[in-house]
Design a protein around this ligand. Sequence first.
Ligand SMILES: [Zn+2]
Ligand SMILES: [Zn+2]
Length: 122
Amino acid sequence: MLHIHWKEKLGRKKGRFFCPVCVEHREYREIRDNEYVGAGFLSFKTSSILKGILCLTCKSRLDHGYLSYSPDDIRRSASPWECQNCGTRNEFTSAGCRSCASLRPDLAEASQRSKPEPRIND
Ligand SMILES: [Zn+2]
Ligand SMILES: [Zn+2]
């Protein structure tokens, strides 16, 4: 009988990123979900999914999307923001306005920019 199980592991990959909690450059480790298929005592890793990243300084679990944001994007997103639609002041932890639910402008912009350019010759 084969059985499949998942285990959360810290990946071997380390690197530096700009931590939005520390608001500094920090070391991170990948948090991965590994899938194992086993029969009896033997088990083999069959796949591995990147789940997020761990800041080694503040131990925050963060979305791996932070690896692709620039320090400026993150610095701006780590301060309270004002809704352009209704003027409500919102905490930096909320991605949308608590009054009118508009998406915060800087994050909307950053996600636009990180999209790959459309290629014409392909
Ligand atoms: Zn941190
Ligand atoms: Zn609003």
